[in-house]
Ligand binder design. Structure first.
Ligand SMILES: NC(=O)c1ccc[n+]([C@@H]2O[C@H](COP(=O)([O-])OP(=O)(O)OC[C@H]3O[C@@H](n4cnc5c(N)ncnc54)[C@H](OP(=O)(O)O)[C@@H]3O)[C@@H](O)[C@H]2O)c1
Length: 302
């Protein structure tokens, strides 16, 4: 059985650290020192990233300006985070070096139109918006500004995220290092060609929801065979984390690790037969395919 190699593809480079304290993260984090950040759309993912960046002290609170659509939300968030939060995107980007775009795809056009007069060389847009291409954003801005697409996931909230980043044609090494530094601080980063970003959306961004369903179902199985729910949930969650860590830390192919658990005529094999009968594999493959496809469609609707 071949070992799993996660970073050999020409277009994909992964960084392995989850720890902001390590050398690489420190070096990258320095790239953000004294930078001014605008977060346009501090909702679920924008808010998670913003909180994580502040907790990691990646940016100074006084150098951050976030926006939302509703004024009352802006006031509440400003109180919570101790930063400037408004509904004024133009004001937010005026002095910003890095603009993190985290609105829904449908709002991108309007937001880019709004900030266009403030955009000038030296600024970089890092967009976590699903399905809106760098080309579309560059066209909308009407100038040669660096745009980077990033697709993070919600475990960024606890420093265990997975983010794919892809560069637009005007983004260079310096801007990619800035984006890498941001997402390295909250998990791992993979650099991909932009054509793969929808697939990253379908696998690791949407994938967290798939994993929660699997985890919940395993716990239900535990409850069915008599375990208290809290114990069942702990067993399921720690088992999933342990299995994932085995893949990441050993580099072994998951099938090899699975074989090591499956003793001949043992109980695991009976469980696996049920999974095969229930078409778990094909169902998960199709879930990633459908989510990827949907990510491509969103832009058509916006
Ligand atoms: N959720 C995830 O796990 C995840 C992961 C990766 C990428 N993404 C992408 O991130 C984007 C946001 O998703 P989300 O789940 O975070 O959605 P969300 O919770 O609805 O957040 C969107 C935010 O944008 C704000 N907003 C709307 N119009 C605005 C405008 N014109 N100017 C400034 N702010 C505006 C909203 O303000 P109000 O709160 O006042 O309405 C809200 O705070 C989507 O494109 C999604 O594809 C999401």
């Amino acid at each position: 059985m071949r070992r799993l190699v996660v970073n050999n593809a020409e277009t994909m480079k992964t960084t392995r650290s989850n720890k902001p304290a390590n050398k690489l993260a420190n070096k990258l984090a320095n790239k953000l020192a004294n930078k001014r950040l605008a977060v346009l759309g501090a909702g679920k993912i924008g808010g998670i990233l913003l909180r994580a960046f502040l907790e990691q002290k990646l940016v100074q609170p006084k150098r951050v300006h976030a926006t939302v659509r509703h004024a009352e939300k802006a006031r509440a968030l400003a109180r919570q985070l101790g930063i400037t939060v408004s509904t004024d995107n133009r004001a937010a980007v005026r002095d910003a070096d890095i603009i993190l775009l985290a609105v829904k795809p449908q709002a991108v056009k309007e937001v880019l139109e709004e900030i266009k007069p403030e955009m000038k060389p030296g600024k970089v847009i890092v967009s976590v918006v699903a399905s809106v291409t760098t080309q579309l954003m560059e066209k909308q801005l009407g100038m040669d500004l660096p745009v980077i697409r990033a697709m993070p996931n919600t475990p960024c909230a606890i420093g265990c995220g997975m983010t794919g980043i892809a560069k637009g044609i005007h983004a260079g090494k310096e801007q990619m290092e800035i984006a890498q530094a941001m997402f390295e601080a909250v998990g791992r980063v993979v650099v991909v060609d932009e054509k793969h970003i929808d697939a990253v959306t379908g696998l690791s961004a949407s994938g967290t929801a798939f994993i929660y369903i699997i985890l919940e179902s395993l716990a239900e199985g535990g409850v069915k065979v008599g375990l208290p729910r809290d114990v069942a949930t702990l067993l399921a969650a720690q088992t999933m984390m342990g299995a994932a860590r085995m893949v990441l830390d050993t580099g072994d192919h998951p099938a090899l690790l699975k074989d090591a658990v499956t003793t001949p005529a043992g109980s695991t094999m009976d469980g696996i037969l049920e999974l095969e009968d229930g078409k778990l594999r094909v169902t998960l493959i199709k879930a990633v395919m459908k989510a990827t496809q949907r990510a491509k469609e969103l832009i058509v609707e916006s």
